[in-house]
Structure formats: C-alpha cells, structure tokens
Design a protein. Structure first.
Length: 231
C-alpha cells in the first residue's frame, strides 16, 4: 500500500452530499492552480462499470476487480471548462452524475476491498504544486497528513433544496421530499459504515454552510489556507 506523498501540499475537503465540496474544490483548485481529485467520481465510475458489465452490487470479488482495473481517463475539455470523463472509451461525464449512480456508489463504497483497490489511485493524484481532494475520507484515511482539512456541512433540508434546484431543469418531475429522503439514506449509509465512515478528522476546520454563500465558503477556506502558508 503506497503512503501519502508528504512532499506535496494537500487540502482535504470532506462532507455529506450537497454540502458544496465539489463546487468549492473546483474553485479552490482554480484559484491556487493546484490539481483536483474528485474521489466520489471514482466510486461512481466503479458502480457504473459494474452495471455495464452486469456485476451485482453484492459481488465483492468482481467489484474489487472492477475498481482495481478501472479504465478511466480524466481529460481537460477543449473549452477549458469542465473535465471530460472517459470510461472504457465512452464519455460518461454526465452519466455518472445521476442519483441512481450516486446511490450505487454509496453502496459499493461500504466494501473494504473496493476502498483498498481505489486507495493508491487516489494518492497518485498528489502531484506538484499541490492537490485539492474532495470526498468522504480525504482527511481521515487517504491524506491523513494533509496541510489543511476542511469538513463542510449543511442541514439535510438545505442540501436537498440545493440538489432540487440542480435537478429540476433536467427532471421536471423531481420531488423535494424524495430528494430529502435519498439524502438522509445516503448520509446514514456513508456515516455508519464500518470502514472509512464519513466523519470530520479531529484536526479538521468545520464549516456549516447552511447560511453561507459559495463565495463566503471559498473565502473562509482560502483564509485557512493563507494561515497555513499555502498561498
Ligand atoms: N454555500 C452554498 N450556497 C448555495 N448553494 C450552494 C452552496 N454550495 C454549493 N451549492 C450548490 O449546491 C449544489 C450541490 O453542490 P456540490 O458542490 O455538488 O455538493 P457536493 O459536492 O458536496 O455534493 C450545487 O448546485 C452548488 O452550486
Ligand atoms: N472519498 C469518498 C468519496 C465518495 N464516496 C462514496 C459515498 C458517496 O455517497 C458516493 C458518491 O460520492 P460523491 O462525492 O460523488 O457524491 P455527492 O456529489 O456528494 O453526492 O461515493 C466515498 O465513500 N468516499
């Protein structure tokens, strides 16, 4: 098992679904000119690959093989905006973002062999000049020596409202109640699993973003980075 490369500065950002991790990490990586790890995408890709290959979500051995041999490329798109994600030659940038894939990802993420198979792949993202890492166990397991650990949170109701706003243009029938129930179920699964559960690292800076704008959250994290000499 490779260990965290301690030469490379890492900002680890963890928290539940809809707390703003993805948004803040993208902005942070851009502002600092650092690399970005979207670790949730790796769990989503493993879940999608399993579906494509007809692997059941309780077939631990086959899922471990899927995770170990995940054939994925993260490509900067021509517009320079979003990263394109290619799985086994097929573009899946949007396909991995739907709620069902998120749910499947949360199920397979409870399996130790899957998490172990993805560990080194995640640590390999730590390259100069630095890494912003988005996930559930970035500060606790994957990058325990990170220079800055942030735990983002918000009430389940606020997180459901954020997801609803995102979804409603694509799925006019989306229900806020259903989204809230899904968020609570995913929180429970991610927080209560035996291996690498979602929880703040003891040394994490905790931010409740329920009443904060995206820019306020970004500035708060940049202030912490500044205090630690990271920018
Ligand atoms: N502080 C905030 N206030 C309002 N909306 C936010 C805030 N942070 C994120 N959002 C919005 O909420 C949605 C979910 O955010 P996202 O970054 O995908 O969360 P996560 O990666 O933690 O699941 C996005 O549409 C994003 O623009
Ligand atoms: N480091 C990580 C990242 C994600 N996971 C699991 C648990 C999550 O419910 C799923 C999907 O994660 P993702 O960050 O893409 O989900 P959200 O955008 O927060 O809804 O993967 C994990 O167990 N550990």
């Amino acid at each position: 098992m490779s260990i965290q490369n301690k030469q490379i500065a890492v900002i680890a950002v963890d928290g539940p679904s809809g707390s703003g991790k993805g948004t803040i990490c993208q902005l942070l990586a851009k502002e600092l000119g650092w690399h970005l790890l979207d670790s949730g995408a790796l769990y989503r890709l493993t879940a999608l690959a399993a579906r494509h290959h007809g692997v059941e979500l309780d077939d631990v051995e086959a899922l471990e093989v899927m995770a170990e041999h995940l054939d994925v490329q993260f490509k900067a798109s021509d517009s320079g905006k979003a990263v394109q994600i290619i799985l086994e030659g097929e573009e899946v940038t949007h396909a991995i973002r739907n709620e069902r894939v998120g749910e499947d990802a949360s199920v397979i993420a409870a399996l130790g062999p899957v998490r172990r198979a993805l560990l080194n792949r995640q640590r390999d993202f730590a390259q100069a000049p630095g890494l912003v890492a988005d996930g559930r166990d970035m500060g606790t397991v994957v990058f325990p020596s990170a220079e800055l650990k942030v735990y983002l949170d918000a009430s389940a109701e606020e997180r459901a409202r954020r997801r609803y706003k995102q979804l409603i243009s694509k799925e006019p029938g989306a229900s806020l109640d259903d989204i809230l129930n899904d968020i609570k179920a995913r929180d429970a699964r991610d927080m209560n699993r035996a291996i690498a559960p979602l929880k703040p690292a003891p040394d994490a800076v905790r931010l409740d973003t329920t009443q904060m704008t995206i820019d306020e959250v970004l500035q708060a994290v940049l202030d912490e980075a500044r205090h630690r000499g990271l920018r």
